[in-house]
Design a protein around this ligand. Structure first.
Ligand code: SAH
Length: 229
């Protein structure tokens, strides 16, 4: 497949994906250029695929569902945790030019950055532990985590703008993960259950060392009330 665009029948009709910007992004970003060559003919099947290093590019429907839940506008500032292939970042960048993405594996980060640049997506990728967020560019209107965490990292909630939205799979194992939307409202944090999901784990690569950070104490307390974490 040499084309730079998905085939005409893509995306499939997902009844609950109605956001036009999301559907347009799905119809525009060439997913086949984000998967290993060996899997290219499966790029427009609605399923996750391996991208090396025991990681996967997410199922397209889940990408659409998570992106829709962020309610992005062309001015939104978005942080992604788990760059992987860069596909989700490209979908975000199709909607807003203000996208930052953190990946823990240098090989994946480098390949994704190169691929995104070659396709003209202005995403800034950096290697690091996404649980810490990217404070230099906070606050974010939206944060999307594409690996499953046992707990919601407090730094991510702290880096959300007022009214901001965080979409994150939470679960201890592969089999108990729930996809949550967390909103920062003037009245406090709110959560909404989006789906049951299966993601690779969000790994802890650095000691967070933020236990005494006063800015995170209130966030931790709110998360405890919300999730019992
Ligand atoms: N969004 C990706 C799919 C990501 S798979 C895509 O569209 O292709 C999850 C990714 O999260 C993997 O690449 C994994 O290496 C990365 N990851 C795991 N723990 C992380 C952490 N603590 N910080 C940043 N990235 C992490």
């Amino acid at each position: 497949m040499g084309a730079q665009r998905p085939p005409a029948h893509w995306p499939p009709p997902w009844p609950d994906i109605t956001d036009r910007a999301v559907l347009h992004a799905m119809a525009t970003v060439p997913r086949h250029l984000f998967v290993p060559e060996h899997y290219r003919d499966q790029a427009y099947d609605d399923m996750p695929l391996p991208i090396g290093f025991e990681q996967t590019i997410s199922q397209p429907y889940i990408v659409a569902l998570m992106t829709q839940a962020l309610r992005l506008r062309p001015t939104s500032r978005v942080l992604e945790i788990g760059t992987g292939s860069g596909y989700q970042a490209a979908i975000l960048a199709q909607i807003t030019p203000h996208v930052w993405s953190i990946e823990t594996l240098p090989e994946l980060a480098q390949a994704a950055q190169k691929r995104l640049a070659a396709l003209g997506y202005p995403v800034q990728v950096r290697v690091g532990d996404g649980r810490l967020g990217w404070p230099e560019h906070a606050p974010f209107d939206a944060i999307i985590v594409t690996a499953a965490a046992p707990d919601v990292p407090p730094a991510l909630v702290a880096q959300l703008a007022e009214g901001g939205r965080l979409v994150i799979p939470v679960g201890e194992t592969t089999w108990d993960q729930l996809l949550w939307l967390i909103q920062k409202t003037p009245g406090g944090l709110r959560r909404e259950l989006l789906a049951e999901v299966r993601f690779v784990p969000l790994v802890a690569t650095m000691s967070v060392g933020q236990e005494d950070d006063p800015a995170l104490v209130a966030v931790r307390q709110q998360l405890q009330e919300l999730f019992g974490q």
